[in-house]
Ligand binder design. Sequence first.
Ligand SMILES: [Cu+2]
Ligand SMILES: [Zn+2]
Length: 192
Amino acid sequence: MTIGSQHKRILAHSGAFAVALLVAGCAGTGKSPTTTLPQPDAYAQLTDASGADRGRADIYRDASGLRIELVARGFGPGTYGMHVHAVGQCTPPDFTSAGPHWNPTGVQHGRDNPMGAHHGDLPNLVVEPDEIGRATLRLVGSRFEGEGGLLDADGAAFVIHAGPDDMRTDPSGNSGGRVACGVIVVGGPAAG
Ligand SMILES: [Cu+2]
Ligand SMILES: [Zn+2]
């Protein structure tokens, strides 16, 4: 597990390394903000209770599982829990429609919980003053589709919360309300 040293905008919380979630560090080199990335395999456009744009999560399949490239907008300095939730439905204002955390293996919440963690558990998003929240997240061993896959019959959603996830408390890490939500859609933003 390595955390990029030149970017302090996002510090991936490095907890117990006992689960199938590997945090690879932070995204973006800062060299070229307009870099053209390959089309993702899926993405989630994030909106808040008022429908405002709060960023995007692009999801790529790779040899080890899934990689998520996140850009979060409109979040003040602070620390925010985020997860992949089990249902692809984002109904404002509270987004409870997105269901619980994605948990195909039926375990408890939190990378610091000996009984955890959910496939959908992610490190906290840390937003520094005057920065856009960016993060690269890796879900090692998580499948895109098929048995126990991300895109099952009722889909999945990406959610950012009002407060930090304590990485331990079942079922949701005490991370507060659901501020932004995006239904995970197959394909890239340009295609759909
Ligand atoms: Cu959540
Ligand atoms: Zn969880």
